[in-house]
Design a protein around this ligand. Structure first.
Ligand SMILES: C[S@@+](CC[C@H](N)C(=O)[O-])C[C@H]1O[C@@H](n2cnc3c(N)ncnc32)[C@H](O)[C@@H]1O
Length: 278
């Protein structure tokens, strides 16, 4: 593989080993109540925009289309693709604790846990076994952890059938988001390739890979949930509070922007590319 990996398997495994702390119960109760009134978009407005506006418009419809997620742990994405679109989900994941968690979720959803393939994505055996195999290939929060991104995307494309759909999502840690993440977790910010988070650079990444662009843009308005902190200390508690405050921001966004969102390079939490293999 050319270019440098900005994260390690040990790092990702430690992420999945972290104990899940309980949220402050009063605010959680209020949040759950608001969710009943306003629907799921209140909890995660950008997720709502993604699944209702973008995916519904640009993804193929068809039960049992095979979808592969690269870096698939903990697996909730694939379970949702199965529940919403009826796709048959597969994942590639190398962190052992992540694989375990992903398989547990698959079992819970009545899906085949063996479809979670424990492997390094850059192992050439995968290409030999699964070349031109999948109807959709997707990754979220994966390619920005490499210095040279095009070869990483090319490996996604190799696993896609002709006419298949590529979906790549990365966070936007530029603009205001950069300042906030630099405050909350500068060490983790360093693990990201910030250059491909400029929309022009992101789009260029896909330009010579035999793809036809369907959609490429920022999405979502702003989300404190995209940052993380070390598991203890003042920053941890400030972040916990702001995550709760996000619910109020989401209500505001819904009143101002309705179901459209307000995409911009300073604050939008994510960028997305959807393309078809020619
Ligand atoms: C940001 S996380 C993915 C998040 C997740 N798919 C989601 O949005 O629900 C990136 C994932 O990629 C995995 N990963 C990173 N490098 C990998 C590699 N070379 N092969 C397989 N998995 C890898 C990590 O272990 C981690 O689970």
């Amino acid at each position: 593989m050319s270019g440098e990996r900005l994260t390690t398997e040990e790092y990702w495994d430690s992420v999945y080993k972290e104990p899940q702390k309980k949220a402050f119960s009063l605010t959680k109760t209020v949040g759950d109540f608001l969710k009943k009134v306003f629907g799921s978009r209140i909890k995660n407005y950008s997720e709502y925009i993604l699944w209702t506006n973008i995916y519904q418009k640009y993804l193929p419809k068809g039960k049992d289309l095979k979808i592969l997620e690269i870096g698939s742990a903990p697996g909730w994405n694939l379970v949702k693709f199965h529940n919403v679109f009826g796709y048959a989900p597969y994942g590639i994941e190398y962190a052992p604790t992540g694989v375990e968690e992903n398989r547990r979720r698959f079992r819970g959803a009545g899906l085949n846990p063996q479809n979670v393939i424990e492997a390094d994505f850059f192992d050439d055996k995968l290409r030999l076994r699964y070349g031109d195999y999948f109807d959709l290939v997707e990754s979220g929060g994966f390619i920005e952890h490499f210095t040279d991104v095009s070869p990483v995307v090319e490996r996604h494309v190799l696993l896609l059938k002709q006419g298949g759909t590529l979906i790549i999502i990365i966070p936007n840690f530029r603009g205001l988001n950069n300042k906030l993440f630099a405050f909350f977790n500068p060490e983790v910010l360093k693990m990201h390739n910030l250059e491909i988070m400029k929309l022009d650079n992101f789009r260029k990444t896909f330009s010579d890979l035999g793809l036809e662009e369907k959609y490429c843009n920022y999405y979502g308005t702003f989300n404190f949930g995209m940052f993380n902190t070390p598991q203890k200390g003042v920053k941890y508690w400030i972040h916990r509070f702001l995550i709760r405050f996000q619910v109020l921001l989401n209500i505001l966004f819904i009143f101002i922007f309705g179901n459209r969102g307000f995409e911009n390079r300073h604050m939008s939490p994510y960028l997305i590319y959807i393309g078809r293999k020619k």
